[in-house]
Design a protein around this ligand. Structure first.
Ligand code: FES
Ligand code: FES
Length: 151
């Protein structure tokens, strides 16, 4: 066990955990931030995507010790009331089906639009490539990203 200092959604807090614990489980089990989902556990599906210093990363495969003092943003941290432009575009396009992958999809989209405010189709496909949706919402995700880019 070790004390790890974290910066999650702008709030500094310390957790006492095994330093090898994946960030995902610290978020879910220690900090009750359960919007970030577990899918594969091996960095292959994107369900657990969060932002680290603005970049989309897979929290299932990041030891918590490696993110100490980095700025981590989870789905809970992108807006107070679910009104981030990406979230409103998601609603407008009625993107989710089962919803399981969608927090990860939204976080990847947020990271993309921060770096590339007006992405081409190809840039969207490249950025979203690692986020799997078993319900096949890919076309609506792409349309929603384009709407969010305009707003
Ligand atoms: S649960 Fe992390 S990438 Fe699948
Ligand atoms: S909405 Fe069901 S897995 Fe993506």
């Amino acid at each position: 066990m070790a004390t790890i200092n974290l910066n999650i959604n702008g709030k500094r807090q310390a957790v006492d955990v095994d330093p090898k614990t994946p960030l995902l489980w610290v978020l879910r089990d220690h900090l009750n931030l359960v919007g970030t989902k577990f899918g594969c556990g091996i960095a292959q599906c994107g369900a657990c995507t969060v932002l680290m210093d603005g970049n989309a990363v897979r929290s299932c495969s990041l030891p918590v010790s490696s993110v100490a003092n980095k700025a981590i943003t989870t789905i809970e941290g992108i807006s107070e009331n679910g009104d981030h432009p990406v979230q409103t575009a998601w609603l407008e396009h009625d993107v989710p089906q089962c919803g399981y992958c969608q927090a990860g999809q939204i976080m990847s989209a947020v990271a993309l639009l921060k770096k590339t405010p007006n992405p081409t189709d190809e840039q969207i496909e490249t950025a979203m490539n690692g986020n799997i949706c078993r319900c096949g919402t890919y076309l609506r995700i792409k349309a929603a990203i384009k709407t969010a880019a305009k707003s």
